[in-house]
Design a protein around this ligand. Structure first.
Ligand code: GLV
Length: 336
């Protein structure tokens, strides 16, 4: 007799997640569904119109979905959540939970938690890596090396720069700390605008545009919500000083990509370091690919590490079974 709540893992690496969880929770019923793509969450055997249960074709899988009380997933295709009448809790394997919160299929009774992983560290390293790469001019020296040229350029310091960070949560805050440790001046923007130690000045949802003219680099680390979609519009980009660097590790939809392209083309922006896009994968014919001031990575700034996420989930699962409040619960109304 097993009364422990059932877990369904739905992920491109579903089997590996399941095995990691079974090691940690040997008595718990855990099933995995392997998604074929990270972007849509569509299941491996999925036919476009067959629905998540039918597409797997086995009553075992159908049963795993219909009886699971808990879902661990990054993204699921349409009609998955409506096939899960027993669902009470979704833990998202990433930091951003927008895929679930935007779904009209997610019952209001379902609790959503997100993962912290080591995303804060990963994001800080990514951002500092790209900032230093640009300031040092690593590419330029590499090119000069090819032609055996001993030629010196200016050597601007991060310690003399101001970096603005939009979003001071689990991603933005560690980045702010790392930048401060390197001597950079950090400005920040959060919904409340409440002061944060180590950040020179924190702006609010209504005043954040006031910081832009001071930012040599602007980092976008805010969650995707109705309030943040499209916030980096043409006037925000124009307000940045000429030559500024924009770095987006949040969601593509926070930036007006047409306005960004235009600002790069006319040289107003020195560079855009983009890990996320409105459409992912970035379509092969998208003009950003060929924009020399754009630095593109395929949504890898903060990959979910299975062992880390499994530990985090296990801790939360034990709390769930004990009837304790869950860690990193999302305020569904607020959107993060
Ligand atoms: C990645 O985009 C995440 O939300 O963790």
């Amino acid at each position: 007799m097993n009364k422990l709540p059932r877990i369904c893992v739905w992920h491109t690496q579903g089997d590996t997640y399941r095995d990691a969880l079974r090691e940690r929770l040997p008595d718990t019923p855990i099933e995995a569904i392997n998604a074929a793509t990270h972007e849509t969450g569509e299941a491996v055997l999925g036919a476009p119109d067959s629905g998540p249960v039918a597409s797997h074709g086995t009553s075992l899988i159908a049963d795993a979905i219909s009886s699971a009380e808990i879902l661990l997933a990054w993204k699921v295709p349409p009609r998955t959540l409506t096939s899960m009448p027993a669902l009470r809790w979704v833990q998202v394997t990433g930091a951003g939970v927008d895929h679930f919160l935007e779904s009209t299929e997610l019952s209001a009774a379902v609790t959503v938690t997100r993962s912290l992983g080591r995303f804060g560290i990963q994001i800080s390293e990514y951002i500092i890596g790209y900032l230093l790469h640009h300031l040092i001019g690593i590419d330029t020296y590499r090119e000069k090396q090819m032609s055996h040229e001993w030629a010196r350029n200016n050597r601007p310091l991060l310690a003399d720069r101001t970096v603005g960070i939009i979003g001071l949560g689990s991603l933005g805050l560690p980045t702010a700390k790392a930048l401060t440790a390197l001597g950079a001046r950090v400005l920040g923007a959060s919904h409340s605008g409440l002061a944060v130690p180590g950040i020179d000045n924190v702006f609010s949802a209504s005043s954040w545009r006031n910081m832009l003219s001071e930012c040599n680099a602007l980092v976008i680390a805010a969650p995707k919500t109705v309030e943040t979609v499209g916030m980096i519009d043409q006037s925000a980009l124009d307000a940045l000083p000429k030559g500024a660097i924009v770095i987006n590790i949040s969601r593509g939809e926070l930036i007006d990509e047409d306005a960004l392209l235009e600002a790069l083309e006319r040289g107003h922006l020195g560079a855009a370091v983009l890990d996320v896009f409105a459409a992912e994968p970035l379509p092969e014919d998208h003009p950003l690919w060929d924009q020399s001031r754009a630095w593109i990575t395929p949504h890898i700034a903060a990959p979910s590490e299975i062992e880390v996420i499994a530990d985090e989930f296990t801790k939360n699962y034990r709390r769930y079974v004990a009837g304790d409040s869950l860690l990193n619960e999302v305020d569904r109304r607020r959107g993060y």
